[in-house]
Each structure stands twice: as structure tokens, then as C-alpha cells.
Design a protein around this ligand. Structure first.
Ligand code: ZN
Length: 284
């Protein structure tokens, strides 16, 4: 089933007097949204009691929870100790996500740093195999999602992320279309532009992953080196627009988990996407 929801809590959630993430389950349910991404961007810090309360609330409201691993992962780092840290950050996020009732963990693959891009990608592939091996020791089901990145000096083009996903069945791509649009300096305009990407996924990966991949969608300001800053759906300059992607999702009966990372209006903009999708679907 296709899912829509915010990354983190909208400003309106707090303005309405809510404080805690477990309250977001009923709040999102009331808006007919069915996904939520919890960010561990600055580190995995959640106690078991809080995780349990979140799990209970989100399960009872039928909201699929995913988590985002700490931002400082870099699987291209030449230092083995730093790689061990990146593996630990993702693993901690996967374990915490499981305790919160979630299945998916999104992570940032790597930075090019001072290395040659080809060498950095090769190093990333080698170390992601170590990540897959470490995670395979867990006694529960999980999905980890390497994300497409928005800056030129980051590793994570669509092609690179699909290559990473081909390494292990538990790797599902997180297609961040705002990032893709940023590193290609505004290439996402028509349904065909999105179709090309969706077809690449289908060419490279199995049917499950080609249908149920993870999506981050927000409008993002970009410059000479790619991504600059997350915007809201009020932007009409940078894009990308969701309508042409919704056409492709409907046309191929795709069921991605679509997470909105707008700046402050992520729940509202997630709902806008859901309505666009439903309108196109009803029009068939
Ligand atoms: Zn991310």
C-alpha cells in the first residue's frame, strides 16, 4: 500500500499544543496520513520506554514509522575505525526503529572527500557489504535505505544508490527527488523524467524493491554545487513538482513510502501529495 507522511513534526503540530512524538500518531491519523519518519540525525538517543509508547500509538493508528540514521555516516572513509562507527550508527538506528515498531532505516551513504569519486564509490561498496553482514546478525526483519544525495561532493546519484542496493536484498533505494533535482540542477520536469528513474530501479532491482521503494519528496533550492536548502510547497521556482511523479506512480501501480521533508509544513505538504495522487488515480 502506498504511504504518505512527514519527516518529523510540522510547526502546526507544536502550535496546536502538542509536545511529544507519540502524540503525532493520532494527529496524523486525523489528517488521513499513514507514514512518519523519525530522525536520529544527531545521534540515536531514545530510551526503551519512549520507544515502546511510540510503537503502541503508531501501531494502533496504523501509521508506518521509519527512522533516519545519524547524518554523519560515511562509508567511503579510508579509516576502518570510522567505517566501524558508520556501521554502528546505522545498526543503532535499525534497532531503535525496530523497538518503535518500524521496519525501515534511511541513511546517507558517503562523501567523496579528497578522494577520486570512482575510488570512493568502490570503497563504499566494499564497506556496505560489511554493514549488510553486521545487520544480518539481527534476529528481526529490517530494511535499510541508502539515500540519493543532493550535493556534488556527496556520493548517492540514482545510479550509485541502485548499485549499492544490488549488494544486498535488505537494501531498498531511498529516492530523494528534491536531491536528484538539485544535483542535476533542475532536470525533473515531466512525467518522462520520473519514468526514466523508476525504470532504472526496475532494471536493476527485483519487483518488490521496484514497487515499494522509499521516497523523500520536498522542493529544494540548489546552486552551483547542488542542494542548498529545503523549501516548502509554496515554492514555484526550484521544484520539483509532485504531479508528474504521481502520474507515474499511478500508471505503474507503484506503492512507495513517500516522506515529505518540507521546511516546517511537512505534514501539510504530505497531505497535498496524497490528494494529488488520489485525484490522478480517480481520474483513470
Ligand atoms: Zn536524508
Amino acid at each position: 500500500m502506498i504511504k504518505f507522511g512527514p519527516s518529523g513534526n510540522s510547526l502546526s503540530f507544536y502550535e496546536e499544543g502538542h509536545k511529544h512524538t507519540f502524540e503525532a500518531a493520532a494527529w496524523l491519523d486525523g489528517k488521513k496520513l499513514n507514514a512518519f519518519e523519525y530522525s536520529f540525525g544527531r545521534g540515536v538517543r531514545i530510551n526503551d520506554d519512549s520507544a515502546e509508547v511510540i510503537k503502541k500509538e503508531f501501531l494502533s493508528h496504523g501509521i508506518e514509522i521509519s527512522v533516519h540514521a545519524p547524518y554523519f555516516t560515511n562509508f567511503a572513509n579510508p579509516d576502518d575505525e570510522k567505517i566501524a562507527n558508520s556501521i554502528r550508527y546505522v545498526k543503532e538506528a535499525v534497532v531503535a526503529g525496530h523497538k518503535m515498531g518500524g521496519m525501515r532505516t534511511v541513511f546517507h551513504p558517503a562523501s567523496v572527500g579528497g578522494a577520486d569519486r570512482k575510488d570512493a564509490v568502490k570503497r563504499t561498496k566494499e564497506t556496505l557489504l560489511l554493514l549488510a553482514e553486521e545487520l544480518s546478525k539481527l534476529d528481526f526483519e529490517y530494511i535499510v535505505c541508502p539515500e540519493t544525495m543532493g550535493k556534488f561532493n556527496q556520493i548517492g546519484t540514482v545510479e550509485e544508490v541502485l548499485d549499492f542496493c544490488a549488494l544486498d536484498k535488505s537494501f531498498y533505494p531511498c529516492l530523494d527527488f528534491g536531491h536528484i533535482n538539485s544535483y542535476t540542477l533542475g532536470s525533473l520536469k515531466t512525467a518522462d523524467d520520473y519514468k526514466r528513474i523508476v525504470n532504472l530501479v526496475a532494471d536493476k532491482l527485483d519487483d518488490d524493491r521496484a514497487r515499494e521503494f522509499h521516497v523523500h519528496f520536498s522542493k529544494i533550492m540548489y546552486g552551483q554545487k547542488g542542494e542548498l536548502k529545503h523549501l516548502t510547497f509554496a515554492d514555484d521556482k526550484y521544484g520539483p513538482e509532485f504531479e508528474p511523479l504521481a502520474e507515474i506512480i499511478v500508471k505503474y501501480s507503484l506503492e512507495p513510502h513517500v516522506i515529505c521533508e518540507s521546511d516546517g509544513t511537512m505534514a501539510e505538504d504530505a497531505l497535498t501529495m496524497k490528494k494529488i495522487y488520489e485525484k490522478i488515480k480517480e481520474g483513470l
